[in-house]
Every structure is written in C-alpha cells, then in structure tokens.
Design a binder for this molecule. Structure first.
Ligand code: IPM
Ligand code: MG
Length: 347
C-alpha cells in the first residue's frame, strides 16, 4: 500500500483529476484498535467512497482470536456489506515474465484470461454453517453451498457482458455432476446465455477446470464460478503469471443511481513469511490501483499509463524476489515503487 500511495501522490501532481483519499482500519489492525475486524466507521467510509483500495488483513498475530472477529471476517464482511458480488481476477502474462512462470513459456506466453468469482454467496456464506457436538460426543463441522436464481443471474450476466468486450468466450465452472446447487447454477447460466447469442458458452466441472488451467490456460477467455471455486482457481491462475505477487483484483457491486460500489485488492494475502522484510512485490497492488483508475474513477488514460510503467520496469529488468530470474536486477518493495514512479515520468 505504501507504494500505491506514492503513485496516487504522483497522479495528483500530474493529472487534472485529484484523488481525495481517506484511511480506515480493517482486519488485524482494526482488531488491535477496536476489537472488531470491520469497525462501523470503516464500513461507512468505504460505502461513501467512489472506490476502496484494500491492503491485506491477517497474520499469525491474530491466529488465536475468536472465529467471528478473526481478520478474515472483516474482509468477508466488507464484501458482503458493500454488496460486492463480482470479483474480477485477471491473469495476464507480461511478455517479460513469460519465463518466470513455473510452467513452460509456450503454455503461458501471451495469456490474458479473466476469472470472475462470485463473491457474496456460495459455500462461504451459505447457512447453516457451524461446528456442533453431537449427543455421542463426536463433533460435526458443516457448511452449506447455496445459490438463488438472482445471485447466479447477476454474476452470469456480468460474465457475458465482460466476454462481449473481450474474446466472446465464457466458460462456466461448476460441479453439476455432484452438487444440486451447481446443477441449478448451470441451468441458470444457460438461461442468461440466450441474451448473448454472440458469446460462445462452455461448461467445465471445477476439477477439470483446474487441470485445464495448467494444461492449456490460453483456451480460456472469461471464466465464471462459485465463490470458493474461484478462490482456488484464481490462486492457481496466479502462478501462470509468474507469481501471486502479480495478480490484481476488482470487486464490484450492482450499479445503483449511476454509482457502483467497488473495492480493489491484490489477490495475494499478507504473506507472513516475508512480512516486514521489505521484499514483497508491490505490483499486484499497483495493478489493482490501475484497475481502480479504469473501472471506478474514469481515469482510463492514467490507468494505461500506469500499466505501461509496469511493463517498462519489467522490461528494464527490475524484479522483486518472487519473480527474480537470472541476469535481472533484484529490487526491494520500495525500490520497485520508485522504479514505477520513474517510469511514469517516461511513458
Ligand atoms: C482471497 C483470500 C480470501 C478469500 C481470504 C483471505 C478470506 O484468499 O481474497 O482470495 O478466501 O476470499
Ligand atoms: Mg484466495
């Protein structure tokens, strides 16, 4: 976030639009301060803003806090309360990083796919959910995977709309061979497809989709899927791009009176293993900022400029540890941020 803030300051100096920022606590920091991972004030500020840029929420320090006030509850809470049902997770392979992936270069070079994860329903939110102790003393843990027609309809519709603006291919990922909720998911997606005759619709079971993502990811354009399936598939897709440290995301709500609630965050988490060392890759956050400029702030020109700066810096050979390759220049988090600022002056 520190690097993103430097870029916002640069944009405020160099573009005609001024981004007015405010800050609020969520997750572990909010637990420390308010014993609540999502304080009322945070939610109020988030809802009032044109867009929210979110860092990460957790760490080993909060591993022992009560389940309902754990850091993750803050993240799930803000997504739910802001109605952010659509999570866009693009996986784009920059030419410069085609060799940084653990997959063969020819499998990933030129990749540009979009995973659209349903974010406020499915297994994460279904009720009942809990851990009980049965009369005989055995414990029972359970969650519910449920969807209603409007929930499927709106994510499917957005998937088709996004596909229309891209390669006109939509793959719906489900588990209709096992789960009733996913049989219905597929049926509802097929209904929405009637409004988008130009989009080529396909269906995959999630296990097959995971396999196809590493076998031949370029067969995909837009993928829509259930909340937890999307969580898993997007982490998988991140490695196609070289590193989890490269993947931005946008979480969007419905448009109400011309305004769409929106939150932007890297796909990665707080990476406790490297926290505080100054070596994290800030590019997922910087690219999340770029998505924010494009989708929420009507600053497409600046968004393109920022993306070009990222490409330039990569082509100049700057690499944080997670994407380091032989012969490249290894830089820290803040050095990467500085390199982006410098590139912004030049692109
Ligand atoms: C993500 C994360 C979150 C999720 C966690 C931190 C709750 O993994 O955004 O992908 O599971 O949604
Ligand atoms: Mg995840």
């Amino acid at each position: 976030m520190a690097e993103a803030k430097k870029i916002i300051a640069w944009l405020n100096k160099n573009s005609s639009t001024q981004i007015v920022t405010d800050e609020a606590l969520i997750g572990g920091a909010a637990i420390d301060e308010h014993n609540n991972p999502l304080p009322e004030e945070t939610l109020k500020k988030a809802k009032a803003a044109d867009a929210v840029l979110l860092a990460c929420i957790g760490g080993p320090k909060w591993d022992k806090v009560a389940f309902d006030i754990r850091p993750e509850a803050g993240l799930l809470g803000i997504r739910k309360e802001m109605g952010l049902f659509a999570n866009l997770r693009p996986a784009i392979v920059f030419d410069e990083l085609a060799e940084a992936s653990t997959l063969k270069k020819e499998v990933v070079a030129g990749l540009d796919i979009l995973i659209l994860r349903e974010l406020t329903g499915g297994l994460y939110f279904g009720k009942p959910a809990g851990i009980d102790t049965l009369p005989d003393g055995t414990r029972r843990g359970y969650n519910t995977l449920e969807y209603t027609t409007p929930e499927i309809e709106r994510i499917a519709r957005l998937g088709f709309e996004l596909a229309m603006k891209r390669g006109k291919k939509l793959c719906s990922v489900d588990k209709a061979n096992v789960l009733q909720s996913m049989i219905m998911w597929r049926e509802e997606v097929v209904k929405v497809a009637k409004d988008f005759p130009e989009v080529e619709l396909s269906h995959l079971y999630v296990d097959n989709a995971a396999m196809q993502l590493v076998r031949n990811p370029k067969q995909f354009d837009v993928m829509i899927t259930e909340n937890m399936f999307g969580d898993i598939l997007s982490d998988c897709a991140s490695m196609l791009t070289g590193s989890l440290g490269m993947l931005p995301s946008a979480s969007l709500g419905a448009e109400v009176d011309g305004k769409r609630m929106a939150l932007y965050e890297p796909v990665h988490g707080s990476a406790p293993d490297i926290a505080g060392k100054g070596i994290a890759n800030p590019l997922a956050m910087i690219l999340s900022l770029s998505m924010m400029l494009k989708y929420s702030l009507d600053m497409g020109v600046e968004a393109d400029k920022l993306e070009n700066a990222v490409k330039k810096v990569l082509s100049q050979g700057y690499r944080t540890a997670d994407i380091m390759q032989d012969g490249m220049k290894k830089v820290s988090t803040s050095e990467m941020g500085e390199a982006i600022l410098k590139a912004l002056e030049e692109v």
